[in-house]
Design a protein around this ligand. Structure first.
Ligand SMILES: CC(C)(COP(=O)(O)OP(=O)(O)OC[C@H]1O[C@@H](n2cnc3c(N)ncnc32)[C@H](O)[C@@H]1OP(=O)(O)O)[C@@H](O)C(=O)NCCC(=O)NCCSC(=O)C[C@H](O)C(=O)O
Ligand code: MG
Length: 293
């Protein structure tokens, strides 16, 4: 089985009002970029930020990196104008903050259609409120254009009146619900941000935790987080070696009419072959993205 996989190991946010960051992102090895119009932009800078991010997306100066623009919420004075501008920007996706219902997703899709967005423009949803988490399954199945969930752990901590802790015990339920809902509907899913830019050890530990939970990658706030995140979310050399062995051994077993085999003492069935093929496909997609940078 051949699989198409889009690398989304590292997804870097930047404030739409920060033209230096928008320019610097052209040279950063992040797999995807989120130009933010929402929380990282002050009210008086919203309109200028909208112009900046549309120009940046239109510039096509980011190679094969996926370009995403986060709009303001529909209940704000800027939401609808953001969506109309994003529709025409050539961005790969729009990221909608604080999604709490399936209707919100379908409403954004109809606004994009009215504004003439190409049908290839995906919708990504932020899962970052208690209501959104409790309705995650309904939201995940809202519309075929919805491609991805982004966990918003800062807003969740605020709304839950929880605390940021090293291994995120207060967040585990929400992260798990978001994960299950996303996978049940075939969506990709990204982990939330790590606020302490100076704490590289804590950052690596949380990336590893996100990988083990099944996240496709992590959202980031600073260039220094990109490379460690890329490393942790890429299949390791040992994993790829094992994946190659699994695929070859299973093929040989199938030729002999067997459906199960052992590799290095471990039982291998069809489902392990699927996982191995996915790792190989991701590694080759990463190589392709790096070659285009
Ligand atoms: C956090 C920051 C404000 C720190 O900025 P600064 O002090 O300027 O950082 P440095 O001096 O260390 O920057 C070094 C160079 O890197 C560039 N830079 C910094 N950050 C970015 C970035 N995000 N993208 C691209 N380039 C960046 C600087 O321009 C410097 O470049 P140079 O001139 O060459 O030296 C800042 O990092 C920042 O604004 N980060 C992003 C904040 C953001 O977007 N927040 C919103 C998203 S997070 C969120 O909302 C989560 C979610 O909704 C939730 O609820 O959880
Ligand atoms: Mg948020």
């Amino acid at each position: 089985m051949s699989q198409t996989v889009r690398p989304r190991r590292s997804v870097l946010y930047m404030p739409g009002a920060n033209t230096r960051a928008l320019e610097k992102a052209r040279t950063l090895p992040a797999d995807a970029l989120i130009f933010d119009l929402e929380d990282a932009v002050a009210p008086e800078a919203k309109e200028a930020a909208r112009t900046n991010v549309v120009l940046a997306a239109e510039s096509r100066a980011y190679g094969k990196r996926e370009i995403v623009i986060r709009c303001n919420g529909l209940g704000t004075p800027w939401g609808e104008a953001d969506i109309a501008a994003i529709a025409q920007s050539g961005a790969d996706a729009i990221l909608v903050p604080k999604v709490e219902s399936a209707t919100q997703v379908t409403h954004v899709v109809s606004l994009l259609d009215t504004a003439g967005a190409p049908s290839t423009m995906a919708v990504w949803a932020m899962m970052e409120t208690p209501k959104g988490i409790l309705r995650a399954e309904e939201i995940a199945g809202a519309h075929p254009r919805l491609g991805l969930f982004v966990m918003g752990t800062n807003d969740l901590v605020k709304d839950m009146r929880a605390r940021h802790t090293p291994m995120r015990l207060p967040m585990i339920t929400a992260l798990g619900i978001g994960m299950l809902a996303a996978r049940a509907h075939g969506l990709a899913i990204l982990d939330g941000v790590y606020n302490d830019i100076q704490d590289s050890e804590g950052f690596r530990a949380v990336c590893q935790q996100g990988l083990e939970m099944g996240f496709d990658g992590k959202t980031l706030i600073h260039p220094s987080q990109v490379e460690p995140c890329n490393e942790i979310f890429a299949p390791s050399a040992a994993e790829l070696e094992m994946a190659g062995k699994i695929v070859a051994a299973f093929k040989a077993a199938q030729a002999e009419g067997k459906g199960v085999v052992t590799v290095d003492g471990r039982m291998i069935e069809n489902l392990h072959v699927e996982q191995a093929e996915r790792a190989l496909a991701l590694a080759s997609a990463i190589k392709e993205l790096q070659a285009a940078a």
